[in-house]
Design a binder for this molecule. Structure first.
Ligand code: SF4
Length: 510
């Protein structure tokens, strides 16, 4: 049977459906998705992969992730639309959740295990499978990027994000969900002021035939701990630039003001103008806009963000190769998410936090400390010179030029090693009023450890609700990776590297 090949630039006939859906009701979602697939003429086939957004899940992150009912409805619709002459050879759900958190843990916390049991879909934790190289040839950040093999080999790809604001990229709809198609090592590369450009580059890895966005309860203001916003919508489409553009219009944003949407549009991935998008479904754009009235995206610079709290932030200049003078995709935004996580764990977080000064980027101004106050210089690109107490302090820039960051040499950073490193930093702060945290970006986990300790706040990593599950999953993941290395399994697609060199050994699944 003939079928359309996997789209690379599916800009033609971009269609977006806005459906009213006021409950996480699996049969209703299944019917809506199946109906839209019929209208789009879509039949799943071959290796079919569904990618939700499971950045974090569980009681404290209830509105951060694609609800399991959405994915179960999508899996049902895929089965309904399968044809015997050209069946699916695999039906899987794959994800890489937030850095350092084992995806197997997040799948369980998000309630996906029961979905796997009921549907027979395969669970894929992207950090536990082989990573393969995808060469890039357009205007790009680098010549090749890595992605998990199941993504590279998917014949039918379904993107199932959550409709949320994002403090680093303005929104996280369909395209931004691609940050989860890399394992931690490769995800951290270019996860800085170039984050929007990275998301645009990831579009070359694969384009989905189908997009289903969980907008029944959307997330406002933040991405890890968003404020729930009931929108009662299911957004379905066949082109993610168009879908994201409609999402922007719903919340009163110009799609071209979001850099990754603009770049993908300019590179031919899809339209952003309404006259080039077929809008369908039973909810009009005006009605969707009314439901989203006043939706907050949370794009706030870090110094402003912490105004009125015990934390004073100083945002210096981003590195010279940045397109803006502020690192939207890196450490400042990480810090904003960190404090929101700590607020969830302890409602007295702000009152407990001692006076702390946080310095980002190349900062030339004064840092005036009161008695007992601390300064944390954050990130590789931080640069400052001045006196703290009676000490002359010179913080040197350690930012590594982008061309010297080689994805082949990227290494996994162990969470327990990070904890030890942060313990050392905290010890340092007992003997002097300042410390420097390295990394580009510094991870959410590291900043949580430091701020939780300084504020005397429950450390989320040691929360009794998750300590056993988290550690069990983490050790299982690391143990499985170590075992695969011992077995010496082949982890690369064969062929020459994009640099024309012999393909080097690369550590397999993380
Ligand atoms: S060190 Fe942090 S602030 Fe500096 S460029 Fe990297 S991610 Fe951005």
């Amino acid at each position: 049977m003939s079928r359309p090949s996997r789209p690379v630039h599916p800009a033609q006939d971009a269609r977006v459906f806005l459906f009213h859906c006021d409950a996480y009701d699996v049969p209703r979602i299944r019917a809506l998705v199946g109906g839209a697939m019929a209208l789009l003429g879509l039949r799943p086939h071959g290796r079919t992969l569904v990618k939700p957004n499971l950045v974090a899940a569980g009681d404290l992150f209830q509105h951060a992730y694609t609800r399991p009912e959405i994915v179960e409805g999508v899996l049902g619709a895929l089965r309904d639309r399968e044809v015997t002459g050209d069946p699916m050879t695999e039906l899987a759900v794959g994800e890489r959740c937030a850095i350092t958190i084992p995806t197997r843990y997040t799948f369980a916390e998000a309630g996906y295990e029961a979905v796997f049991d009921r549907t027979g879909a395969k669970k894929i934790c992207f950090e536990e499978v082989p990573q393969v190289e995808v060469p890039l040839t357009h205007v790009r950040l680098r010549d090749y990027i890595f992605t998990p093999e199941p993504v590279a080999k998917a014949d039918f790809f379904v993107n199932c994000p959550k409709f949320k604001a994002h403090p680093w990229t303005t929104v996280t709809f369909s395209m931004k969900n691609y940050i989860g198609i890399q394992d931690d090592r490769h995800r951290l590369i270019d996860h800085d002021h170039a984050l929007n450009r990275k998301v645009a580059d990831l579009q070359y890895v694969i384009q989905p035939q189908l997009i289903v966005i969980d907008c029944i309860v959307a997330g406002e203001g933040r991405m890890l701990t968003p404020i729930p916003r009931k929108m009662d919508l299911l957004i379905i489409g066949n082109n993610q630039v168009a879908v994201d553009a409609v999402g922007c219009m719903m919340i009163g944003l110009d799609p071209l003001s979001v850099e990754h949407i603009r770049l993908a549009h300019e590179r031919g991935f899809g339209p952003v103008a309404l006259e080039k998008i077929r809008l369908e479904g039973d909810v009009s754009l005006d009605e969707a806009k009314a439901r989203a009235l006043g939706f907050q995206v949370g794009l706030v610079k870090v110094d402003k963000y912490f105004e009125g709290t015990n934390i004073k932030a100083y945002s210096g200049k981003a590195p010279k190769d940045a397109t803006e003078d502020y690192c939207w995709g890196g450490c400042p935004g990480v810090m904003e998410e960190v404090i929101e996580v700590l607020r969830l764990y302890d409602e007295k977080c702000d009152a407990k936090m001692p006076k702390i000064h946080l310095v980002f980027g190349k900062y030339d101004g004064p840092v005036e400390l009161g008695y007992g106050e601390k300064v944390i210089f954050v990130g590789d690109c931080v640069e400052w010179e001045g006196t703290i107490g009676s000490e002359l302090v010179q913080i040197r820039n350690k930012y590594v030029d982008r061309k010297d960051l080689d994805p082949y040499k990227a290494e996994h950073k162990d969470v327990y090693a990070r904890m030890l490193k942060m313990t050392k930093k905290l010890r340092e702060l007992k003997t002097r009023p300042w410390t420097r945290l390295e990394g580009c970006p510094v991870s959410v986990g590291e900043l949580i450890l430091v701020l939780a300790e300084l504020g005397g706040i429950q450390n989320p990593y040691f929360d009794k609700r998750q300590i056993v599950g988290f550690n069990r999953s983490y050790l299982a993941w690391r143990g499985s990776s170590a075992w695969k290395r011992v077995l010496g399994k082949p982890y690369q697609i064969h062929g020459a590297t994009t640099r024309g060199e012999a393909r080097p050994e690369i550590e397999p699944a993380e």
